[in-house]
Ligand binder design. Structure first.
Ligand SMILES: [Zn+2]
Ligand SMILES: [Zn+2]
Ligand SMILES: [Zn+2]
Length: 278
């Protein structure tokens, strides 16, 4: 499996649109990896986790063929994870020679409702015909093409936010993003319905900054505790790749700090365009 991290910032992006903090000013000045866009992860070019307002940038500057996405799994309704209007561009005179003319969207009911509501004015019937919806809830097992998917509840103070575990061809990827520390019930369910993961993506919005246990995001210390819990249940081991992402400008994810995170916590710090193979 090939996993590409197309967007690795929290909701505001880096540099944040309206921000002049030191991190955002430095990002504007230096560009390159200091620029971070909003959430999107691509698996084998055909499955996208989330679809942010920066999908345009992911296609234009990171070379992603987003017309090849057959399965779109959306974690929750926050705008940095789903930007529905862009889906109106899937066809008619706006898109020629699409690699996959059909797209299946898997998400909670709030997200599917949001997509319908925000595309109502501009969506053509022939474009809409290429998009199907599958409503998911936490604690379900579903199939999408060759993928078996387990859903878990995230801790994120929104409508039924979802975490996903994807399995294909004996490889397993666990996506733990926008969430605080998941419940023991969720981790136990994963133990029952999945198994050892080859790659785990972790919400690391706060990086080295302290977080509250009741919070809706995590930092490195939470990630380390969570990985211990996953190891205890046989869901992670020494060969599991651990990628941290969804960084906020408030945690100042400089190159120096991220190298320190990698050294001290044994994780891979994501950047826009990072590709990991398992
Ligand atoms: Zn987010
Ligand atoms: Zn800033
Ligand atoms: Zn969110």
């Amino acid at each position: 499996m090939k996993i590409v991290y197309l967007g690795t910032a929290a909701a505001e992006g880096i540099p944040a649109v309206f921000c002049n903090c030191e991190t955002c000013r430095a990002a504007r000045l230096h560009g390159g990896r200091a620029i971070r866009t909003r959430a999107q992860v691509l698996i084998d070019g055909e499955l996208s986790i989330d679809f942010s307002p920066d999908a345009f940038y992911h296609s234009a500057l990171l070379g992603a063929d987003l017309s090849a996405v057959k399965y779109l799994f959306v974690t929750h309704s926050h705008f940095d994870h789903i930007f529905p209007q862009e889906l109106c561009m899937r066809g008619y005179v706006y898109a020629h020679g699409m690699t996959s003319p059909s797209l299946s969207v898997y998400a909670n009911g709030e997200v599917t409702g949001l997509i319908r509501e925000f595309t109502r004015r501009e969506m053509r019937e022939d474009v809409a015909a290429g998009i199907s919806f599958h409503v998911l809830h936490p604690y379900e097992e579903t199939a999408a093409g060759d993928y078996t998917v387990v859903t878990l509840p995230a801790k994120h103070n929104t409508e039924e936010p979802l975490l996903f575990c994807f399995e294909k061809g004996g490889k397993r990827v666990l996506h733990l993003c926008d969430t605080g520390f998941p419940s023991s019930e969720a981790l136990d369910f994963l133990k029952e319905h999945a198994g050892r993961c080859d790659l785990i993506t972790l919400d690391c919005t706060h990086l080295f900054s302290p977080t509250r246990p009741s919070g809706r995001h995590m930092g490195l210390a939470d990630n380390a505790r969570l990985l211990e819990e996953l190891e205890k249940r046989g869901l992670a081991d020494g060969n599991t790749k651990r990628v941290v992402t969804h960084f906020s400008h408030n945690s100042a994810p400089t190159e120096e700090l991220l190298l320190r995170a990698e050294r001290e916590y044994g994780v891979i710090a994501a950047y826009d365009g990072l590709t990991v193979e398992i």
